[in-house]
Design a protein around this ligand. Structure first.
Ligand code: T5A
Length: 214
């Protein structure tokens, strides 16, 4: 049996994570692997409830610190109820965003102290890190144009300025540069099909899987 693996996807809004997650999940399942595709904040009933609280635009102010704590609260519940049990059973987990998103959005975007995020990450999942993280990197202008082209409600992050997303993107790139063994940076400005193929190839290379057919 192939050892369980924990894969995360990161990037700014409009990078294509949702589509890439779907394609990557299909490609891994085509190898006979059991793969749980999940997301943060969210992934379980209670954590999805926290997601609604933190993403929906309401009247009450949510400070950057409160936002950080909510992200880690949802994460702890997600890890305890879905991520860890799946990995223990030998099943793979593919998660759309994880703690790198807190570093990028709350740390880079909102200016939350890096040491607070690191302490919370240690407390919540010190012994659990992704095996590989795909950073779908796209210029902010391109990501925001894609996001705006989509119809639907705008959440608490999507109303932020392009300067906010520049800080988020820069923090992601810093994280990737600091941990090249875990991160694979994918150019997400090209056609979606090419992004998906590059993502699948990067996972195969990082986890030393023989090339598949998908
Ligand atoms: N957050 C999350 C934090 O602040 N801290 C945290 O710790 C965590 C975990 C989550 C929000 O929460 C924040 C970050 C987020 O703001 P979300 O709805 O899950 O909210 O946000 P996103 O993950 O950013 O979802 P998006 O849908 O905006 O981005 P995706 O998933 O990267 O993009 P996708 O695949 O939906 O594509 C968007 C559109 O662009 C097109 C797609 O077809 C789609 O229409 N597109 C492309 N078009 C052409 N070429 C390409 N290469 C394309 N790629 C995508």
């Amino acid at each position: 049996m192939t050892e369980a693996r924990f894969i995360t996807l990161e990037g700014i809004e409009g990078a294509g994570k949702t589509t890439v997650a779907d394609r990557l999940t299909q490609a891994l399942r085509a190898r006979g692997l059991t793969v749980h595709a999940t997301r943060e904040p969210g992934g379980t009933k209670v954590a999805e409830g926290i997601r609604s609280l933190v993403l929906n635009r309401g009247e009450e102010h949510i400070s950057a610190t409160a936002e950080t704590l909510l992200m880690f609260g949802a994460r702890q519940i997600h890890i305890d109820n879905l991520i860890r049990p799946s990995l223990t059973r030998g099943e793979w987990v593919l998660c759309d965003r994880f703690t790198d998103a807190t570093h990028a959005y709350q740390g880079g975007g909102r200016g939350v102290d890096r040491s607070l995020i690191e302490r919370l990450a240690n407390a919540v999942h010190g012994d659990l890190q992704p095996d590989v993280t795909l950073l779908l990197d796209v210029p902010v202008r391109v990501g925001l144009e894609r996001m705006q082209a989509r119809r639907g409600a705008v959440d608490r992050f999507e109303i932020e300025s392009s300067q906010f997303f520049e800080r988020v993107r820069n923090r992601y790139l810093e994280l990737a540069q600091a941990q090249p063994q875990r991160f694979r940076v994918i150019d997400a400005s090209v056609r979606l099909d090419e992004v998906c193929s590059a993502a699948i190839a990067a996972v195969e290379e990082a986890l030393q899987l023989p090339p598949g057919r998908a």
